[in-house]
Design a protein around this ligand. Sequence first.
Ligand code: ADP
Ligand code: MG
Length: 356
Amino acid sequence: MASVELKGLGKRYGDAVAVDNVSLLIGHGQLVCLLGPSGCGKTTTLRLIAGFIEPSAGEIAVGSKVLSTPQRTVPPEGRNMSMIFQSYALWPHMTVAENVAYGLRIRKMDKATIESKLQAILSTTHLEALAERYPGELSGGQQQRVSLARALVVEPETLLLDEPLSNLDANLREEMRFEIRRLHDRYRYTTVYVTHDQSEAMTTADQIAVMNLGRIEQLGTPKEIYDQPRSVFVARFIGGSNILTGKAVDAGHVSVTGATLATTGRALTTGETVSVSIRQHEIAIATAKPAADNLLHAVVSRQVFLGAARDYTAVLDDKTEVRVTAPPIQDIAPGQEVWLRLPAERCRALTGGIEG
Ligand code: ADP
Ligand code: MG
């Protein structure tokens, strides 16, 4: 069993805390994404798992073997892991094929096996035509694909990927997300995938751990993270959320700019200041006041026709701007008074302040 478990993991550099009490179980064969903004501790967590650095607190276990504690850390070469770095390092004097096959050669596999594994991975990573080139003759994106192929071909027990697609151009990045997920479905190695890109995480992950300031802020499936953000930070980081601020009038209602909204997500304390998130496509916009609850009065300040949808900005009575994604046939001019309907089950009461 190659589950990877982090227990109370911490890493300090002097007074600075890079990783703060992180606990996470990555089940055997699971792909977990560490998702968060630059500086939140993703790379440090990955380097701790790989054994390049020792923890200041906590431990890391693979299966039943404890590999890292502050007292004892098994070095990278003693772990059956492949890691791909943000900056890929290929051997300049070897061709693409030699770079990719290197890990198989040092494992002393027979020639025919090496050849068939090599051809398979070159084909899935679209590198067949480049097999005889040297790294210096490749673009950055092509080099990144070689490093991906090199890590995948050895079928490691654990695969660690640090922003592996960040140097690829947009089209290839999107294609490679699906490739990574497809390869994962085929080989099922336990994978930790670091990225700051929400769609990359949502395409590839079984579970997403959203990180902020060295801690895991929320862990869940892509759908849970998207539909049920628990904090202002997660709602903001996973795009497309409006955040409204109001005062709780009871455990399940918030007063926002004179109106009262029923909320979901957590029980409120009367009188507390609450941030409420709702996605822009979850709000309905209408020029006639609907016979419904959870309405806010607003004035359209801007609309953009996007083909498949219209993107509205509407200004509430207290001047808060709300973004709404509406069907393209719904054409409401700027300056028009509107009613926004915010379904109660979509108005999520969050933890944390507006400054996140
Ligand atoms: P991410 O990968 O999420 O961008 P990192 O894990 O690289 O973040 O860094 C987390 C924090 O730890 C940052 O504030 C970074 O400056 C700090 N840090 C990382 N490595 C070191 C180091 N070797 N010495 C001092 N501070 C470091
Ligand atoms: Mg990083």
